[in-house]
Design a protein around this ligand. Sequence first.
Ligand SMILES: Cc1cc2nc3c(=O)[nH]c(=O)nc-3n(C[C@H](O)[C@H](O)[C@H](O)COP(=O)(O)O)c2cc1C
Length: 437
Amino acid sequence: MTDKRFHLAWFMNFTPDEWRAPFGQGGYPWDGQFYVEMAQTLERACFDYIMIEDKLMVPETFGGDRKFSLANGMMAPKHDPAPLAAAMGMATRNLGVVATMSTMAYPPFMLARLSSTIDSLTRGRFGWNVVTSAEDLAAQNFGMDVLPPREQRYAMADEYMDVVGQLFDSWDADAVVLDRENGVYADSTKVRAINFEGEYFKVRGPLNTVPSPQKRPVYVQAGASPRGRDFAAKHADSIISVANGIAGMKEFRDDIRARAEKIGRNPDEIKVLFCITPTLGETEEDAKAKYRRVTTSDHFVNDVLASISAITEIDFSQYDLDKPLPEKLVTNGESGTLDKFQQWGSGKTLRELAAAEGGGLVSSMELIGTPAQVAEKMGEAMAEVGGDGFLITTPVLRVSRHYLVEIADGLVPELQKRGLVRTEYRHQLLRDNLQEF
Ligand SMILES: Cc1cc2nc3c(=O)[nH]c(=O)nc-3n(C[C@H](O)[C@H](O)[C@H](O)COP(=O)(O)O)c2cc1C
């Protein structure tokens, strides 16, 4: 019998929860406990990993200033994902924890050291979401006036991966000998400088951490442009994507696999997960009503527009909500998400675009119904796409315990019943769990 199982991961960030809604926890999750419990819930449901999105600025594109973002707790405040990943990892035993860190922001040595440390703290369950950053506002926090163009960001990121890879290799696996009799903690002949000198980085090495259980973190990536897809196909263990319908998902996954094969990589090593936001109800009508209620509220529409404004640096408050966009828009930021959002030529009004698929921030699949109905659809979609799984989230990353329980205790058991997802963890390392099927 063929294994039809696929992987599940969760996508969130260290920002206020669904703080305004009746089932929110109040918008003050800064001691991390809310998110630690989230990780424990997802581990109960045998998710492969939880991923913490991150940005390095307070958005001020929507409406031209910081007011909307701060008044609504929308993409700000946003706390650092790395310590949260460590806290979530230390409060769980099997779940992978993935933090987003930008190649624009961290010196490679610091990133390698931090990743290695968290991988040891979590006993081999750390992942790094490799991003190049996509906003001028972020670049301005790191000594630049504008974001470098996409090509250059990826060229730097390629070199960056080379540096951190060499740093992770700067200690042999058996360098730590712990020989008490002869007084040798680590064998100095097995720890080397890397003396890296490239176009962008110069790093001496060696790393000053011991080899962590996975040696290097699991690499997660979300490149969408042709250059981004090449980068992801070369480096990623897992790729996350928003795609256009089942055909778009299949096209994306096939394309990534072809790119990987072309450079001599086994495409089965790469798990491509598609971002979805199921709406679940006790009945189909119940779920549909909930979906309508949420996606047509003014809060939702504005949150989506503020969010897409922040990641494209285009101010969507300037356009009429009840008319189509006047022109096809372009960005040096997250272009794939923009293209999916604007559905150029569809004739939809801006309000309709915001309501559709969480404003283009998730894969277009209508997943609205009872847990059994949604599980069935997810299974059918994966069978057509060819594998590897889904990244579950909420449209603008607002989340409540209520929604988590619907997924963990409603949807996942239905998926498990159909033999579609794991029912137990077999491995200690995140990488091994990802490679299991
Ligand atoms: C599901 C998903 C999650 C992402 N998470 C982040 C993130 O946390 N931080 C970030 O700066 N960019 C994030 N991105 C943006 C990607 O890293 C990338 O810049 C984007 O997909 C555009 O690809 P491109 O640069 O090849 O055009 C995410 C994209 C997707 C689809």
